[in-house]
Design a protein around this ligand. Structure first.
Ligand code: 26M
Length: 789
């Protein structure tokens, strides 16, 4: 490996060892590891072709990958060899690993889920391809200036990306606009603008390198680099117009993770990558089939939310307009290929496109959507409408064009059936199925927590990484004091690692013996970071008034970004930072309470924070969080959850046992009921002196003395509206936090509870999730014998 690294340094990077910068060494190491993925990658492709295996196509606007060096090295079993080779070359392996930028091609849970799924598909040996967009700029970088979020462009591609292969020969034209020509019952779309989609492939090799799939991300380039004819005529602007569209289309990831902004460019992004992906999978299909009617036996196309829902009309367009199928047969055939995953119930997050906009960008698709609508209404009169009030509802479109629709946790799926898609569910009672989300144990235990994974491997062997339910064997150790001590020693190691990092990066001294209480996720009203900071203020008040009362010392850790246009979320960030500035400088509580909010939370930061957490905050308003996946990562790493009965929390609690979970708050049903009472927030606040005091302090400017009115809006909204019921759950949350304080004082019992969590959440492996999709939705099989049984 040492020789290979040196060879890459010399022949791929053009440097000799004496002049190589850290970037060169990291690239040389990455290319060396990438070489070692090739055999299994090629072999997998060949096996898939030889067996005419059905393939999964996972269409996702987002893949939140993070770093890859350690991930690849671990999956190939080469960590020790790589570390040693790098050391022999006089370099620091950990520094090289840290030099890699995060591939942040996603906003949050949905994008990270896609990345975990790619790992599991490869580990299970399921022939699959992930399709997405190669954004030039991933999710913005967050900084805080006077406590306020500011956004800076992210530039991961300023350096060469070590893991990808550009495939100029895998290029397709994608058209926009223009008109439709109808002639003798045939339709032909003549787009006005065309861009070229070019593939960039990243190999994804599973655990122990036995199987490799491809993540294929599309980049756009102009059809004609520069229109010479127009240029020579002196028309400089016309010469560069088509270039402009191509350059903007994959320029930047939209940074909103719920609210739909209705922007034309977003629609073009969605169609761009969907159309290229469909063309690509059809080209592959026709290499070994000649009858398009066999497509459902060869391709399972999964839509990660509605973002690629235009795949339905696009497939129908190709089947009808290019292959001459009748519209009804085309629709039916497309449906048999398509599955749709719903990730949210929030009404503001459901994608709707103005009909005029969709018709202008995709005129033939709008006609086809009308035909789909007509077919649905003819067969099921009164069916919910795709087209209504001048909008195209992408949720209804995706539902009607998919043979299976799935929710992402048991509760969420029930709510999908009873709320957003209630009417469609009555018409199609077997279409909706559940697939509770999961996480890859390779990254989220083996990779991020060497202290704990080493201990587990010494105790039960190494099989757990590919068969996470083996962790169940640890349940017998919850009564073993020696093992519990070792378990807590691993946690302590991780807490020290984090404490040092917080000191270096935030300049805050935190005590590894304190309880590390962590809430990391996108900032949203429904996720209730506001409730967390209000509770923190209440706790500080009581600690400050009575510092000798035997408090459990706490470090409150926050991480997460707000969508740039989400004003309330940004106010919440500012409030947390303002409160931190006051609390962290209070000499009375200095050994009792600290608040830490490092900027720019991302996958890499999650890998540092999660292993060090004692308490996991999963406190969304019941019925609002579709699943959550951070909740699973924390439990796996031995944190206890304080949480509501929302999303996958419900199932996590069932697995770990009610006695090992700090439950509080209204249920989803109670939330709906409470909302029907006029003035519920005011009534709840009036019954809580503790909350009243906190709100009064904020409103009086206790945390913003330079601008006392800064939070009038935020506080007023709690009294008068409080859409997410912070007021109603506040007291029960506070009381439950104090139960957690008590439990933490008894470290031996806490350790047993924490270990019960680690031992009981093997079911939340994304391997289990993918097996479920393979069986219930895709009807695909592992190409590695025995893997799916
Ligand atoms: C839509 C339109 C324009 C711009 C952006 C969007 C958009 C992007 C991402 C909308 C939603 C997006 O993601 C939503 C999401 O991350 N949902 C989360 O999905 C996870 C995986 O299923 C769940 O665990 C979370 O509960 C759910 O909030």
């Amino acid at each position: 490996m040492k020789d290979d690294i040196l060879a890459h340094l010399r022949y791929s990077l053009g440097k000799d060892a004496g002049h190589a910068a850290i970037y060169d060494w990291r690239m040389a190491l990455s290319l060396t590891l990438r070489d070692r993925m090739m055999d299994s990658w090629f072999q997998s492709t060949k096996t898939s072709y030889d067996r005419h295996a059905k393939r999964v196509y996972y269409l996702s606007m987002e893949f939140l990958i993070g770093r890859l060096v350690e991930d690849v090295a671990a999956n190939l079993g080469l960590v020790e060899e790589a570390r040693a080779a790098v050391a022999e070359l006089g370099q620091d392996y950990d520094l090289l690993v840290k030099d890699e930028p995060d591939a942040a091609l996603g906003n949050g849970g949905l994008g990270r889920l896609a990345a975990c799924f790619m790992d599991s598909l490869a580990t299970l040996g399921i022939p699959a391809m992930g399709y997405g967009i190669r954004y030039e700029h991933g999710l913005f970088e967050q900084d805080f200036v006077e406590g306020q979020q500011i956004e800076k462009p992210e530039t991961w591609l300023q350096q060469r990306h070590a893991w990808e292969f550009e495939r100029p020969e895998v290029s397709y034209k994608v058209g926009f606009g223009g008109h439709v020509h109808h002639h003798e019952g045939k339709a032909q779309w003549h787009p006005h603008e065309t861009v070229i989609a070019t593939a960039f492939d990243t190999p994804v090799v599973g655990w122990q390198g036995r199987w490799g799939n491809t993540l294929r991300l599309w980049s756009a380039r102009p059809q004609k680099e520069f229109d010479l004819a127009s240029f020579n005529r002196g028309d400089y602007l016309a010469a560069s117009r088509s270039e402009a569209l191509a350059r903007t289309i994959c320029r930047v990831l939209y940074p909103d993770d719920t609210t739909e902004s209705g922007k034309e460019l977003r629609l073009k992004q969605e169609y761009f990558f969907t159309a290229a992906s469909i063309k690509d999978l059809l080209r592959r299909f026709f290499t070994d089939h000649d009858d398009i009617r066999q497509l459902p036996d060869a391709a399972a196309i999964q839509l990660n939310d509605t973002h690629p829902a235009i795949a339905g009309p696009e497939l129908v367009r190709i089947l009808a307009d290019e292959h001459g199928l009748e519209m009804a047969e085309a629709i039916d055939l497309a449906r048999r290929c398509l599955g749709y995953t719903n990730h949210t119930l929030l009404p503001e997050a459901l994608e709707r496109w103005p009909e005029w906009l969709l018709g202008r960008v995709l005129p033939r698709h709008l006609e086809i959507i009308r035909a789909i609508e007509a077919g649905q209404q003819a067969q099921y009169p009164g069916s919910p409408r795709i087209l209504d009030h001048g909008n195209v509802n992408m949720g209804e479109l995706a539902f009607i064009m998919a043979h299976k629709v799935n929710g992402v946790s048991a509760l969420h799926t029930d709510l999908v059936k009873s709320t957003v898609f209630a009417d469609l569910h009555r018409i199609h009672p077997t279409r909706i199925v559940n697939q509770t989300n999961g996480i890859t144990p390779r990254r989220w235990l083996h990779g991020c927590n060497p202290a704990l994974s080493g201990l587990i491997t010494r105790e039960i062997g190494e099989g757990w990484a590919a068969d996470l339910e083996q962790l169940g064997a640890l349940r017998t150790r919850t009564g073993d004091p020696d093992f519990l001590r070792a378990f807590m020693a691993a946690k302590r190691t991780n807490k020290e690692r984090l404490s040092n990092w917080v000191q270096d990066h935030c300049g805050i001294a935190i005590d590894p013996d304190a309880m590390f209480d962590v809430q990391i996720k996108r900032i949203h009203e429904y996720k209730r970071q506001l409730m967390n900071i209000l509770e923190t203020i209440a706790l500080w008040n009581e600690m400050h008034a009575n510092p000798q009362a035997g408090w459990t010392p706490r470090v409150k850790i926050f991480g997460g970004k707000a969508a740039p246009g989400y004003h309330v979320a940004k106010e919440i960030i500012r409030l947390i930072n303002d409160v931190a500035a006051v609390v962290n400088n209070d000499p009375v509580t200095k050994d009792l309470l600290k608040i830490v909010y490092p900027p720019n939370y991302n996958v890499t930061m999650a890998e540092l924070l999660i292993p060090a957490a004692d308490l996991s905050e999963q406190i969304s308003t019941a019925g609002k969080e579709a699943s959550g996946t951070g909740n699973m990562k924390f439990a796996l790493n031995g944190a206890l959850t304080i949480g509501t009965l929302d999303g996958a929390n419900v199932e996590i609690r069932e697995h770990v046992g009610a006695e090992n979970f700090f439950l509080f708050g209204l249920t989803a049903e109670e939330v709906i009921e409470r909302r029907s009472h006029h003035g519920y927030a005011r009534a709840a606040i009036e019954q809580s002196p503790r909350m009243q005091k906190v709100l009064a302090q904020i409103a009086e400017g206790r945390f913003s003395p330079q601008e006392p009115g800064r939070y009038h809006g935020l506080v007023g909204n709690l009294w008068d509206h409080d859409h997410f019921l912070v007021s109603c759950d506040f007291d029960s949350y506070f009381d439950t936090q104090r139960r957690a304080d008590e439990a933490f004082k008894h470290q031996a019992t806490w350790a047993a509870m924490a270990l019960s969590n680690t031992a009981s959440v093997g079911w939340f492996s994304s391997d289990r999730t993918i097996r479920g999709y393979a069986r219930d939705i895709w009807n695909v099989h592992s190409a590695i014998d025995g893997q799916l049984e």
